[in-house]
Design a protein around this ligand. Structure first.
Ligand SMILES: [Zn+2]
Length: 106
């Protein structure tokens, strides 16, 4: 399975871009709802990149359906918990996000 160049959230395409760590600052993933982009660190290992992608998708789902983090959206701890939980559940169902991010985009 190949990573798509976009993910669709609430009918909106978000571009997935791999950037070098020096451009990412202290972050390994970042979601930009206002420009419809997800940035991930190019140098991350596949497992970190997969978890970062899922994490940023959850942030965007939250902002699309609940509101921004400073209003009704999920807070960082809730996003971290959902990422870990979903990552494990999807893996147990044979949906391997690590393979997905490892095969695409490079
Ligand atoms: Zn976050």
């Amino acid at each position: 399975m190949k990573t798509p160049e976009n993910v669709k959230i609430n009918g909106i395409d978000y571009a997935i871009k791999l950037l070098p760590q020096w451009e990412m600052g202290k972050h390994t993933g970042f979601a930009f709802s206002w420009t419809q982009q997800i940035h991930l660190t190019k140098e991350s290992t596949p497992i970190y990149r997969a978890q970062d992608l899922l994490h940023e998708i959850i942030h965007l789902i939250s902002s699309e359906y609940l509101g921004e983090m400073d209003s009704n959206g999920l807070d960082e701890a809730q996003v971290v918990a959902l990422t870990a939980g979903l990552f494990n559940v999807l893996g147990s169902c044979g949906i391997n996000l690590i393979d997905m991010v490892n095969e695409g985009l490079e």
